[in-house]
Design a protein around this ligand. Structure first.
Ligand SMILES: *[C@@H]1O[C@H](CO)[C@@H](O)[C@H](O)[C@H]1NC(C)=O
Ligand SMILES: *[C@@H]1O[C@H](CO)[C@@H](O)[C@H](O)[C@H]1NC(C)=O
Ligand SMILES: *[C@@H]1O[C@H](CO)[C@@H](O)[C@H](O)[C@H]1NC(C)=O
Ligand SMILES: *[C@@H]1O[C@H](CO)[C@@H](O)[C@H](O)[C@H]1NC(C)=O
Ligand SMILES: *[C@@H]1O[C@H](CO)[C@@H](O)[C@H](O)[C@H]1NC(C)=O
Ligand SMILES: *[C@@H]1O[C@H](CO)[C@@H](O)[C@H](O)[C@H]1NC(C)=O
Length: 824
């Protein structure tokens, strides 16, 4: 970094400098002054610094801007990215016309800015935002002659416009560096694409790798992770002259930036003061489904399904053979041809990322009804949707080409209406719902003047045909399964049942560690002496062998220091056994609710445990390529290693149990009383936010040393959540803990934990933060919003289903996981 080279030494090396040099701690350069290698320009509040540097192992010298107060060395902008200086003889000057020029030792301009107008008294200034501007010294407006924010490199800073000015033709986009040693423009770009309806495209050369989808008023249709948070505000501005995305920090002392690295990964980082490092806040291209057009035309991608690709309803694989070996690029075709003259229908798909917009058409003045009519009238229109989903929806989007890159989202998706043959719609509706009335209406519109007898006959014939189709489907599946077994490429070690039986002394009760809804856990010792935890799954998963194997392989790929490691499995006959690493310190509930261990433990340990669980959960929710919702996070499912580091166990199991549970709404509820969010326990609706709720309960339990369920207090009938909320509102959050004699530094962290815990257990899922926000909230000093009322804060709100859980045997102090059919 240029900073490390002393400016004085360089001063002697230079021979050609006639004009006076600038010294550090000024933010302005005027005509007649210069900045030479070794000099630094620092913004008024010290946030950013401008100077010369050499990236990585490069010997070239570049003029750039980097963070100064924090993270010195994180470069955010480079002037001469294509033309490095060979030596440290460069100098930056500003001309009387307000042009910036970078000169090499023979005084040739190797880089320069430009300006469309001149000013009386131009100066160059480095602003606290990191923007390098040329302006008139007397003009304090944002009317700059030139600004570096108009020419971004790989980094988007707060306040930068990411997009286009249609009048000047200026296109501000991110472009990757060639490598970490070379800031020249690399292969990857991430930019606004104005074709059809505007969206952002991440490209490698001319090839699209990822698209965000169009702006729907709240966010890009494919970025459900973009939601109001404590760190920054954001928006997409589209006028007749400009269209751009921009974000602004809520608290300017908490830094955040988006950067696209030289392998094309676009990520948002946030500076964490406590650890003195950048933490990844969000990213694109994390999931397989982010890959552009993965499932081909009329396909739809779902990260929670295996395989991830499926045809949209009413469509079938174009080449079933390719499709069965997971080669999806050919996509799907209509099962039934459209018949525009006789009248087609539209099938509603809820919760999707809208398909590619490059050949779409938009009219923001039209409503959904007019939109449908417009689409129906034009035989080449294949789908329609609202362009803005705020306030019940408005605007009209029409598609005139194959539907590409549709994706199903667990949260934040929107409705898409796909044109489909009338007879096809009839089939699908019949499958989807057995509502006789609805069926009657649909059938009635197809066959208008046909008598009741004919109707009945048709119904009968259809059912027969459907049955046949269903049979065909099963035989196809069977073929697939056979093929899969032949491949038999399990990357996960498999164990013989006899080995496991030996290791656990034939599953003896002496070796039993616990029991939960998915089965019993035993301690085992393999012949080599390695200790393992053996989970013998109960025999009610109702899942096929291949499916189970696929799931286990997927789970085994999830690796994170805060997740228990899966070592192998054993599948023999009816037996399905998972072998995990053994955790000598048992589970968290054993520690937090035990008076003795509590009193002898340092608070640091508890705070570290909270942070570790948060990171493990974030990995499951966001950072792994599978999006896993744990659904049974509780103290008993967090194990502790020798160093008291928490490791989440039983993740991914809810996924493997019961086919319908990958839907966002399930009628089989798996979870534990006291940890279940209201929307999940009552309506069976789950999302990452239900895990956030459980996490909040766990945090409050860790801090207080009390169980949420079964909590009682002489003054009221609230459970732990209600108690914590009451204390919070009374301004006495520290009353929640037993051991208040802490130093003030730890106390503020404990209060922060309580605050975050209360935000996580808020009643409405949309009020709860997601896990990436939780991590930022726990580890930085940003101000947090006031928590609203928690869900289930009195015991009485709980569905009284005690009987269904007390039937099962309980071992150790674990609370049992319950499985029951929830109310529908
Ligand atoms: C670096 O040196 C080479 C010759 O050694 C020259 O061609 C090139 O223009 C120089 N680059 C700059 C930016 O001065
Ligand atoms: C300065 O840059 C010019 C143009 O790139 C080049 O021709 C010249 O050789 C460079 N001078 C030195 C000393 O590198
Ligand atoms: C300024 O320079 C850039 C390249 O650095 C160029 O694309 C742009 O058209 C120029 N603008 C004007 C007003 O000359
Ligand atoms: C870019 O970021 C991705 C994701 O964090 C990482 O895997 C990759 O190694 C990075 N590439 C470089 C060149 O640093
Ligand atoms: C249907 O829409 C396409 C695309 O906008 C247009 O080119 C075509 O003329 C339209 N056809 C009719 C019959 O309006
Ligand atoms: C902004 O953050 C800093 C440190 O992280 C904190 O001290 C300050 O109080 C915050 N300001 C506001 C307005 O929240």
């Amino acid at each position: 970094m240029g900073k490390s080279i002393s400016g004085f030494i360089i001063l002697f090396v230079h021979t050609f400098l006639l004009i006076s040099a600038i010294r550090a701690s000024t933010d302005t350069l005027t005509p007649g002054q210069s900045i030479r290698d070794g000099d630094l320009l620092v913004s008024a509040d010290g946030s950013f610094e401008l100077g010369f540097f050499s990236p990585g192992i490069s010997k070239g010298r570049y003029l750039g801007i980097w963070y100064q107060k924090i993270s010195a060395g994180t470069v955010v902008w480079v002037a001469n990215r294509e033309t490095p200086l060979n030596d440290s003889s460069g100098a930056l000057i500003v001309t009387d016309q307000g042009i910036l020029i970078l000169l090499n030792s023979s005084k040739d301009a190797i880089w320069s800015s430009n300006a469309s107008r001149t000013a009386q008294n131009p100066v160059m200034k480095l602003l606290d935002s990191g923007n390098l501007v040329v302006k008139d010294i007397n003009d304090n407006s944002e009317n700059f002659l030139w600004q570096s924010f108009d020419y971004p490199g790989d980094t988007l800073l707060p306040g930068m416009k990411w997009g286009r000015n249609m009048v000047t033709g200026l296109d501000r986009y991110l472009s990757s560096w060639k490598s970490s040693n070379d800031p020249a423009q690399g292969e990857f770009t991430f930019r606004i694409d104005p074709r059809g309806n505007t969206q952002m495209l991440l490209m490698r050369g001319p090839k699209i790798l990822y698209r965000t989808g169009t702006w729907n008023g709240y966010r890009w249709t494919g970025t459900p992770q973009l939601e109001p948070n404590m760190l920054y505000t954001y928006g997409f501005i589209s006028t007749a002259t400009e269209m751009y995305y921009k974000f602004d920090l809520i608290n300017s002392s908490v830094a955040s930036r988006i950067v696209m690295n030289s392998s094309g990964a676009a990520q948002r980082f946030t500076w964490i003061t406590r650890t003195n490092s950048w933490a990844r806040f969000s990213a694109v291209l994390l999931y397989q489904c982010d890959d552009y057009a993965l499932c081909g035309a009329y396909g739809s991608c779902n990260v929670n399904k295996q395989p991830v690709c499926a045809c949209l309803e009413g469509f079938i694989p174009k080449s079933p053979k390719d499709w069965s070996i997971q080669e999806w690029s050919d996509g799907c075709v209509r099962r039934t041809k459209l018949d525009c003259d006789k009248g087609d229908r539209f099938l509603q798909h809820g919760g999707v990322k809208l398909p590619d917009m490059i050949k779409s058409w938009v009219d923001t003045s039209k409503g959904l009804k007019e939109c449908k009519d417009l689409c129906l009238k034009n035989c080449s229109c294949v789908a329609y949707a609202n362009s803005d989903i705020r306030g019940g929806g408005s605007g009209c989007l029409l598609w005139f080409d194959e539907l590409i890159d549709t994706r199903e989202l667990t949260t934040g998706g929107q409705d898409l209406y796909i044109r489909i043959a009338a007879s096809e719609l009839y089939n699908i509706e019949k499958n989807r719902s057995s509502d006789k009335k609805q069926l009657g209406i649909i059938v009635g519109t197809i066959i208008t003047i046909v008598g009741v007898l004919v109707l009945a006959f048709i119904l009968y014939a259809r059912r027969k045909k459907l049955k046949k189709q269903a049979n065909m489907k099963t035989s196809h599946l069977q073929n697939y399964e056979d093929e899969d077994q032949r491949k038999e490429d399990m990357e996960l070690p498999t164990f013989d049942l006899s080995t496991i039986a030996n290791a656990t002394d034939n599953f003896s009760s002496r070796n039993k560690l616990g029991e939960g809804g998915f089965g019993s856990v035993y301690k085992g010792t393999l012949i080599e002496g390695q200790e393992v935890a053996v989970k013998r799954l109960s025999k009610n998963s109702g899942q096929g062998l291949t499916e189970f194997k696929n799931e286990v392989i997927l789970i085994a790929k999830l690796q994170h220091r805060n997740l228990v490691k899966l070592l192998g499995c054993c599948i023999e006959g009816d037996e399905r056994i998972l072998i995990y690493e053994y955790m000598p310190n048992k589970s968290l509930d054993y520690f937090i609710f035990d008076k003795k261990t509590r009193n002898s433990s340092d608070w640091r340990i508890w705070i570290n445990i909270v942070g570790g669980i948060a990171r493990g959960l974030l990995y499951l929710h966001q950072d792994s390529r599978l999006r896993i919702i744990h659904r049974d996070l509780k103290a008993a499912n967090v194990l502790l290693d020798n160093g008291m580091n928490p490791k989440i166990s039983d993740f991914g199991l809810a996924r493997t149990f019961g086919g319908d549970q990958t839907e966002a709404n399930t009628n089989k509820i798996v979870g534990t009383y006291g940890y279940m969010s209201p929307e999940y326990a009552v309506d069976g609706f789950f999302s990452v936010k239900s895990d956030v709720f459980s996490f909040g309960v766990l945090v409050l339990e860790i801090v207080s040393g009390k169980k949420n369920r079964g909590f009682n207090h002489p003054d009221h009938h609230h459970n732990l959540l209600g108690h914590a909320w009451r204390l919070w509102n009374e301004g006495m959050p520290l009353e929640l803990i037993n051991e208040p004699e802490q130093d003030s530094c730890t106390l503020s962290e404990i209060i922060r934990c309580i605050h975050v815990g209360l935000l996580c257990v808020q009643k409405r899922p949309e009020d709860r933060p997601n896990m990436s926000s939780v991590i930022v909230m726990l580890s930085s000093g940003i101000s947090l919003p006031q928590p609203k009322q928690p869900g289930f804060f009195t015991e009485r709100n709980l569905p009284e289903r005690e009987s269904s859980s007390s039937n099962q045997k309980s071992f150790s102090t674990n609370e049992i996981t319950v499985s029951f059919l929830g109310p529908r």
